[in-house]
Design a protein. Structure first.
Length: 351
């Protein structure tokens, strides 16, 4: 009698694969360890230079802030500042033409120096103080040949006026359907002295008032830092120029084509239009002085590299290669060297 026996296939010996996996894993770990070690050594060698560059860059940022303050304050600046341990910055802001300022910032941090030059385009603006008439503008008012001198409370109704209307201290004026081709100026606007209580002026608009500035104070419709302007609910106010006043309370329909500067927050309970507002910065008239200015554009200028700088770029060991191991930069393809005709010239840029 024969006994049947089951036959099982032989098991594959996997010990060789396990050994191979362990070898590969060990090689990977060695590679990662060596790579990290090389990175740590390189990082250690460049730590001092990196820290110095960061300190210098931090000081440079502080210099930009100093320059911005000088630009907005409309003042020149040449000063050096200590902005922290091992960090100094020198800032220079100077006039470079009409509404142009040159900016030079040089920082020093940890022995590392950085220099930035720029050209700023600015325009007049207002800050905590409202604009005031220049000395020449004040003299032009006093010398105006046909000055409309208002010395007491007065009502102008259904009339056309031409020239400069001067409101003496403490007077109240009412306009009812009046067209003025000129400017309203208060006496207090012609002096730097503070006015006393009761010397403020006021303008009341009961019907319609249209002001189109003339050539003497071009662009100025009302200049009265002490003046309160009030328009009635059924009134219509249309101003072509700038208004400088203590306050403006508009109860009717107002169309203001120019800038508005008031000491108190203006109120508009009626309908008000500001044609063209928000499209672009509007300049203040040259007859007015503004305490601050805004920055329209800031362009950083670039100088042409010197021959020494070009040689330093050529001899720099790009990618960590030694001078002998890597190609010289003027031998790189596609004309990528600084002396080649393919590289753009770095000429100073202006707005």
């Amino acid at each position: 009698m024969q006994t049947a026996s089951a036959t099982h296939p032989g098991k594959r010996d996997q010990r060789g694969f396990v050994m191979l996996s362990l070898v590969l894993l060990a090689a990977l770990m060695v590679s990662l360890t060596m790579g990290y070690a090389r990175h740590a050594i390189v990082a250690a060698d460049s730590t001092s230079a990196t820290v110095a560059a960061q300190l210098s860059e931090n000081a440079l940022g502080s210099g930009v802030s100093y320059a911005k303050q000088a630009l907005k304050a409309n003042t020149g600046l040449t000063a050096a500042h200590l902005v922290g341990s091992e960090r100094t910055v020198a800032v220079s802001v100077q006039e470079a033409g009409a509404e142009l300022r040159s900016v030079t910032i040089q920082s020093l941090g940890g022995g590392e120096s950085q220099t930035v030059t720029a050209l700023a385009e600015v325009y007049p603006a207002i800050g905590e103080e409202i604009p005031s008439l220049t000395f020449d503008a004040r003299r032009a008012v006093w010398e105006f040949p046909s000055l409309i001198d208002v010395t007491a409370d007065q009502v102008f109704s259904d009339t056309d006026l031409t020239g400069i209307v001067l409101l003496r201290k403490g007077v109240d004026v009412t306009f009812d359907d009046v067209v003025l081709r000129g400017t309203i100026v208060t006496e207090n606007a012609l002096s730097d002295l503070a006015w006393n209580a009761g010397e403020e002026t006021s303008i009341n608009v009961t019907g319609g008032l249209l002001i189109e500035p003339g050539s003497t104070l071009a662009g100025c419709a009302v200049v009265g830092p002490d003046c309160d302007i009030v328009t009635g609910a059924s009134s219509a106010l249309q101003i072509q120029g700038v208004i400088v006043a203590a306050s403006l309370q508009s109860g009717g329909h107002s169309i203001l084509h120019g800038l508005l500067a008031t000491t108190a927050e203006p109120t508009f309970s009626g309908t008000t239009d500001f044609p063209g507002a928000g499209r672009a910065p509007r300049p203040w008239p040259t007859s007015l002085e503004t305490p601050t200015q805004n920055i329209a554009r800031l362009v950083f200028t670039v100088d042409n590299p010197t021959s020494t700088q070009k040689d330093a770029i050529k001899n720099f060991p790009w990618g960590g290669e030694s001078d002998a191991g890597g190609p010289a930069i003027d031998q790189l393809p596609n004309g990528s060297g600084p002396d080649s005709e393919g590289m753009p010239q770095m000429n100073p840029q202006t707005p």
